[in-house]
Design a protein around this ligand. Structure first.
Ligand SMILES: NC(=O)c1ccc[n+]([C@@H]2O[C@H](COP(=O)([O-])OP(=O)(O)OC[C@H]3O[C@@H](n4cnc5c(N)ncnc54)[C@H](O)[C@@H]3O)[C@@H](O)[C@H]2O)c1
Ligand SMILES: O=P(O)(O)OC[C@H](O)CO
Length: 341
């Protein structure tokens, strides 16, 4: 894992990353160690500043590799990946995925990979379902997910991710492109399981942040993470995911990272709620997306429709949207009837 160039590292490819937030930039930087990467963002002024400084102010102090170029021209980003075997990466939040994909409709695009973790707020759809709705079945696509803070990846620290796709060709292309150096990439055909794990862990990180912020201790934290994993698994299996996926990188792995790592924006939402800060103030202070907020509402609605029990998610949604106090969230969880584990 510490080797600079793995023997599995594939030949240089063309990659375009659409979305120049923290994660899109960190992934672009990692891939530009070996590939020609073009990073596109919708804010031309921010892109110009990045091109001049050779860094993104979201990730201060981490210089862009030579093979990373930035562009505000959407057509140029698509032209960059015209050759077969190239990779297009959608790196926006879930809320931006549908509009971004709509601008790809009717264009010639290669394999597409998305990095967002959540359910769409209004529809309750997972990212792959949005991709299918907008682009149809003809385009091979997959979700790249797993425990990964942008700052650590930008710094070049080791991480392990999973590419989930129903297309074996897409999985092979992504492994060939991204596996190597300090990044390990595993494959899975369980798109639903991988996406559900990545989405719901954000809600549970809000719960854990709130519990830690209230000083409830490490025992409470471990209980929330463990029962949270049971909750993720129940929903994921009900939606067609595989049980074992939730024990892997995109399930338990990402849940542990996000619930315990102070780099997590979702955990920081929970810490802020415990301090009594209003949600809009917390979100404004973050300056980044916290997917667990819209996801809590989408998951609460979906679980109710499916008859899946999700007490921690419901308690988080109560604090976020119904004016419940974080202390009441804990009391509500503790007062549930005893049951078999
Ligand atoms: N930051 C991380 O450590 C990390 C790690 C793994 C996964 N993710 C996931 O990646 C996604 C993006 O997170 P981030 O950290 O980059 O968020 P961020 O808040 O740092 O940046 C989001 C970026 O997306 C852009 N954007 C929004 N809507 C868009 C649209 N329609 N078209 C193009 N660009 C659009 C914004 O302008 C902004 O630059 C989220 O779903 C997040 O959960 C983040
Ligand atoms: O900062 P968060 O809470 O959005 O989490 C980032 C990544 O999803 C961790 O894998």
């Amino acid at each position: 894992m510490q080797e600079k160039t793995s023997k599995h590292a594939g030949a240089a490819r063309k990659v375009s990353v659409l979305g120049a937030g923290a994660w899109g930039t960190a992934v672009a930087m990692a891939l530009a160690q070996r590939h020609d990467v073009l990073l596109w963002g919708r804010n031309a002024a921010a892109l110009q500043a990045m091109a001049a400084a050779r860094e993104n102010s979201y990730l201060p102090g981490y210089a862009f590799p030579e093979r990373l170029q930035v562009a505000a021209d959407f057509d140029a980003a698509l032209a960059h990946v015209i050759e077969p075997g190239s990779l297009l990466i959608a790196a926006c939040p879930v809320a931006g995925l549908r509009p971004l994909l709509q601008s790809l409709k009717g264009r010639q695009i290669p394999n597409i990979v998305w990095l967002c973790k959540g359910f769409e707020y209004d529809t309750g759809l997972l990212p792959h379902q949005i991709v299918r709705e907008v682009l149809g079945d003809a385009v091979a696509g997959g979700a790249l997910s797993g425990p990964s803070f942008a700052q650590e990846v930008a710094k070049g620290l080791p991480c392990a991710l999973t590419i989930a796709s129903e297309s074996a060709g897409l999985r092979a292309c992504v492994v060939d492109t991204a596996h190597g150096g300090n990044m390990r990439v595993y494959s899975s055909d369980d798109l639903v399981g991988v996406e559900v794990g990545g989405a719901v862990k954000n809600v549970l990180a809000i719960a854990t942040g709130a519990a830690d912020g209230l000083g409830l201790g490490l025992n409470a934290r471990a209980a929330l993470i463990t029962r949270g994993l049971a909750e993720i698994t129940r929903l994921g299996v009900a939606l067609g995911g595989k049980n074992e996926t939730f024990m892997g990188l995109t399930g338990m792995g990402d849940l542990i990272l996000t619930c315990t790592g102070d780099l997590s924006r979702n955990r920081r939402v929970g810490l802020g709620l415990a301090q009594g800060k209003p949600l809009d103030v917390i979100v404004q202070e973050l300056g980044h997306v916290a997917e667990g907020v819209p996801c809590a509402k989408a998951v609460r609605d979906l679980a109710a429709r499916l008859g899946v029990e999700m007490p921690i998610t419901n308690a988080v949604a109560g604090v976020l949207f119904d004016g419940d106090q974080p202390q009441a969230m804990v009391a509500r969880l503790l007062s549930r009837d005893p049951r078999g584990e």
